[in-house]
Design a protein around this ligand. Structure first.
Ligand SMILES: Nc1ncnc2c1ncn2[C@@H]1O[C@H](COP(=O)(O)OP(=O)(O)OP(=O)(O)O)[C@@H](O)[C@H]1O
Ligand SMILES: [Mg+2]
Length: 390
């Protein structure tokens, strides 16, 4: 087959996705341009021509081609200069550029890539290959563009959902706070009137009435405790973290002194605890709640013992608070970090079930994790890590 016959061979349609794609052909040699135009049009492309670099750049700006076919050797502005200028033009970044180089001119091929060409094709051009190459490059660039669009869409959606969630959370927290806060006044009134009643009118009541009044007072007191704990939880959730260097060891020693009365018989051992960057008041609350639990749930043991320490695993410090007390069934370990969930009866060990939720929230706000291990009757061990204060 001679050259022209090959050129005239009908080929596959040049449009990648039904619509015709526009090729900007920047080539100084007239014959080459004419042949390339025939080949490309037969292949289903639309063609816009420019016979030097400057006109090529102007044409690019005005016709916004889908792909550029660019000759390397041109008088005046050569293909390399045109290519880097194209890349700097608006929209020049995402259009594929195929450079026409001389066969085996390795230096030109390298330069072509350096100045931002997508690919090169050597002269003399194997005509049947050209259309395939262009279509392949268009498909790749379309795929990149789609990918970039989906990625941007994904990022936008995640940001939108996160913002929605944050708003919902803030509203919920504000609601919890105001409900708890507003419940306090009527509850105080119930408590106050019930106390006056029991102080002044107790004798006027029957034994059954006295018992009922006693229950009213103790339930109102319990509810007051629950509300206070809920408000405390809400405060921890909303307060801003104030990061400083915190000496956990001296913090733990102070807490042990303060909480002595919970379990005076307990032997308390505090090992070395690395200092940490975090919110001092909040970390104090973490230790107080965990140590308070350790003391409370070991109070019925003969030789209660609690231990506070730290180990290191894969460069991360893991703090622990261990006791030899009642322990818990580890199947329910997940529940104990939820609001008002308790694994022991009030008659066995008193409490409201808020301490560990507060611990979890504070630790998570510090970028850490908390978990617990235990066997019923053999004590419990609470571990936690602390990331960077956020
Ligand atoms: N050291 C421990 N040993 C055994 N069980 C524990 C221990 N710490 C916590 N638990 C279990 O987890 C539950 C939740 O603990 P959390 O500290 O949140 O509440 P609480 O101690 O019951 O009440 P409070 O809100 O007054 O602290 C407890 O009710 C208890 O059943
Ligand atoms: Mg507790």
């Amino acid at each position: 087959m001679n050259a022209l016959a090959r050129i005239n061979t009908p080929n596959a349609v040049g449009d990648v996705a039904s619509k015709k794609r526009l090729v900007l052909l920047i080539e100084d040699e007239r014959t080459q341009r004419a042949i390339l135009r025939i080949v490309l049009e037969r292949d289903g492309f639309e063609v816009e021509e420019a016979d030097d670099g400057i006109k090529g750049l102007q044409a690019f700006a005005s016709v916004q081609p889908d792909i550029v076919l660019l000759d390397v050797r041109m008088p005046g502005m050569d293909g390399f200069a045109v290519c880097s200028a194209l890349r700097r033009q608006p929209g020049g970044n995402r259009v594929p550029i195929l450079m026409l180089t001389i066969l085996n001119d390795i230096e030109s091929i390298n330069r072509a890539y350096e100045v931002g060409a997508t690919d090169f094709i050597t002269k003399p051009v194997a005509w049947p290959v050209l259309g395939h190459r262009l279509r392949y490059m268009l498909r790749a660039s379309d795929a990149f563009e789609d990918l970039a669009k989906s990625e941007a869409e994904l990022v936008r959606r995640v940001a939108e959902r996160t913002a929605d969630l944050e708003t919902a959370n803030r509203e919920l927290e504000a609601f919890t706070y105001s409900v708890s806060h507003d419940l306090r006044a009527p509850l105080r009134a119930i408590n106050g009137f019930a106390s006056i009643l029991s102080a002044n009118e107790m004798m006027a009541l029957s034994p059954a009435g006295q018992d009922l009044l006693g229950r009213v007072v103790s339930n109102a007191t319990r509810m007051d405790q629950l509300i206070n704990d809920m408000l405390e939880f809400s405060r921890v959730t909303r307060a801003t973290l104030k990061g400083t260097n915190v000496d956990l060891h001296s913090l733990a020693k102070g807490i042990a002194e303060e909480l002595r009365d919970i379990n005076p018989a307990a032997e308390v051992e505090i090992g070395p605890l690395p200092a940490v960057n975090g919110d001092r008041a909040m970390l104090r609350q973490v230790l107080a709640n965990l140590m308070g639990n350790a003391l409370k749930y070991s109070a019925k043991k003969d030789k209660p013992r609690i231990e506070i320490g730290a180990t290191s695993s894969e460069g991360e410090t893991i703090y622990f608070v261990r006791d030899n007390g009642a322990g818990f069934d580890k199947r329910y370990a997940g529940n104990m970090f939820k609001l008002f969930r308790r694994l022991h009866r009030e008659s066995e060990f008193p409490g409201t079930g808020v301490g560990l939720v507060i611990v979890k929230r504070i630790i998570e706000r510090h970028g850490g994790k908390v978990w617990a291990e235990s066997k019923v009757g053999e004590g419990a061990c609470f571990h936690f890590t602390l990331g960077k204060a956020k």
